[in-house]
Design a protein around this ligand. Structure first.
Ligand code: 13P
Length: 251
């Protein structure tokens, strides 16, 4: 059975106190369910505290929002995958459109980061998504195929059990404009069919594909009820514990 996942990407938000409170509210108000995982992704400096505070819950995992594409050495300001692993991080988010856009992360850089993460036994949440022009020009299937073909489709199929895909249309991120359940399902079905074509039915049937982009308590249930949508990668609505809990309860 495919894993169901609700992940909260806090981006560059919260301070030390907010972060600790958010984790403790989520731990207190959520229940362990079979095959369902909660992934919390605070900023780097709050990862250690979050890991400590979730230690007793096997269903709550912690993700870093980034990792270095380098192994170790003179790279001021960088944090390596090995360092993240050493404090107990489970996942790394790679390929988020904000990193591609604001930090100019190319496919080559993303591939180096994926290798760093996987070789240090971290799992990857790999993001893909088209912008509004590509959506309006009906290029979205090709864009997603290109983004995946130049990155995770280069991996050998055994490594794919350590990958979660997040489909995040850029036009829906932080805009309040969610993809309709039909638009999201159509893309998730397409992404799964690409995995089946390239790696076989078993890989395609088992990979979790999350939707991200203005997912909130009011629309989560209809989005998650689509057959190829295995949960969500939540930005803004993951910063309020009541909203995030309500999204968790919609799965
Ligand atoms: P919003 O939920 O704020 O649209 O952000 C989605 C996202 O980018 C999660 O990674």
């Amino acid at each position: 059975m495919r894993k169901k996942i609700i992940a909260g990407n806090w981006k560059m938000n919260t301070d030390k106190k907010d972060s600790k409170n958010l984790v403790s509210e989520i731990v207190k108000n959520s229940e362990e369910k079979n095959h369902t995982y909660i992934i919390l992704s605070p900023p780097y400096i709050y990862l250690q505290q979050a890991i400590t505070d979730c230690m007793h819950r096997k269903d709550i995992l912690v993700a870093s929002q980034n990792c270095s594409s380098f192994d170790n050495g003179a790279y001021t300001g960088e944090v390596s995958a090995k360092m993240l692993k050493s404090i107990g991080v489970d996942y790394v988010i790679i390929g988020h459109s904000e990193r591609r856009q604001y930090f100019k992360e190319s496919n080559d850089i993303l591939n180096d980061k994926i290798l760093q993460a996987l070789s240090n036994n971290l799992k990857v949440i790999f993001c893909c998504g088209e912008d509004i022009n590509q959506r309006e020009k009906n290029e979205f299937f090709d864009v997603i195929n290109d983004q995946l073909s130049s990155t995770i489709f280069k991996l050998d199929s055994k490594k794919l059990s350590n990958i979660i895909v997040a489909y995040e249309p850029i036009w829906a991120i932080g805009t309040g404009k969610t993809a309709s359940p039909e638009q999201a399902q159509e893309m998730h079905f397409y992404i799964r069919s690409l995995f089946k074509k390239n790696f076989g039915d078993n890989v395609g049937d088992n990979i979790s594909i999350l939707y991200g982009g203005s997912c909130k308590a009011s629309n989560a249930k209809t989005i998650f009820s689509q057959s190829d949508i295995d949960g969500g990668l939540i930005g803004g609505a993951s910063l309020k514990s009541a909203d995030f809990i309500s999204i968790i309860n919609s799965i």
